[in-house]
Design a protein around this ligand. Sequence first.
Ligand code: ZN
Length: 322
Amino acid sequence: MFTPYYRMRRLRKNPQIRNMVRETVLTPSDFILPMFVIEGKDVRNPISSMPGHYQLSIENLVKEARDAWDRGIQSIILFGIPAHKDAVGSDATSEEGIICRAVRALKESVPDLYVITDVCFCEYTDHGHCGPIKNGEVDNDATLELLQQQVIVQARSGADMVAPSGMMDGMVGAIREALDEEGFTDVPIMSYAAKFASGFYGPFREAAESAPQFGDRSSYQMDPANGNEAIREVALDVDEGADIVMVKPAMPYLDILWRVKAEFGLPTAAYQVSGEFAMIKAAAERGWIDHDRVMMESLTAIKRAGADLILTYFAKEATEKL
Ligand SMILES: [Zn+2]
C-alpha cells in the first residue's frame, strides 16, 4: 500500500485549525449596499427579480439606511429614479433632483453613513442610454460636460464619494477636474473602470427603470471576451486620477479582477450585480442550493480574487451572517 508523505488534510482537521490557516476573511466593511430612491411619498415598491430590495421614496430610504447602519453597514451606493425623464437627463444635474435631495436627507439623519453616488444618466434619460444621443449614438464629449455638472451638485449635497458608471472616454479626468475646481479636492472617485456589456444586468434595469429604449450599450461598455482591453481601460482611469477602480460584473470576471489587482495594486472594487444575486436567490428558493452557503462562498471568492470592496445586494444578509 502506498502511504503519502504529504498530507494536506492535517490543517483541515477541525474548525480551530481551519480558522487559523484561512487566507481570506470577510468583514462587514468589505460591503457596499446598493439602494434605489424614487420620487413620491411613502413608496416602497418591491423589485420582483431582487427579493428584499425596493424602490424607496426619500423618507423610506432614510429609514432603511438607518436600519442598515444599525446592522453594521458602513456604506451605500445610491441610484436615483426621477419623476421626469428627458433627452439629456436633466434631473441628474439639478440640485433639486431626486439624488441630491436624497443625499441631503441621508446626511442629515445618518451622518456617518458613507454615501456613494452613482454618476451616470441612464436612469434619467427617456431613451435609457448613459448620455445624450447624437446621430443615433451616445455623444461622449457632450456627456463629459454633463457629468461635470452632475458631480458638482452631488458633492454640494454631501456625497462622500462619486462613482461614474457610464464608461465614457475621459470621464474620470473630467470629473476630477470639475471637483477640484469647485473645491471638492477630497471627494474620491470610484470608477467603473472595466464594465462589461453583460446580460447579468437584467434585474437592475427593472430596479432602476433604465433599460435602453433602442440598441444596447455595446458601443461604450466592454466586450465580455476582452481581458487585455480591460487592463487598458483601468490604466487610463488610474492615469486620469481614479482613487478606486471597479470590475463589473464580479463572478464571471474574477480573472479580470485578479489581473487588475495584481497590475495596479489600487483599492479595487467588484460589483456583484443584480443577475448574480438573482440567480442565487432563485436557485435557493427552489431548494437547489444552500442560500447562505453560496452567498458567503461567492463573496469570499470575489474577495480572494482581489476585491477590497464588494458592491452587493447581499450586504445586509452577509453582514448579519458575520
Ligand atoms: Zn449608465
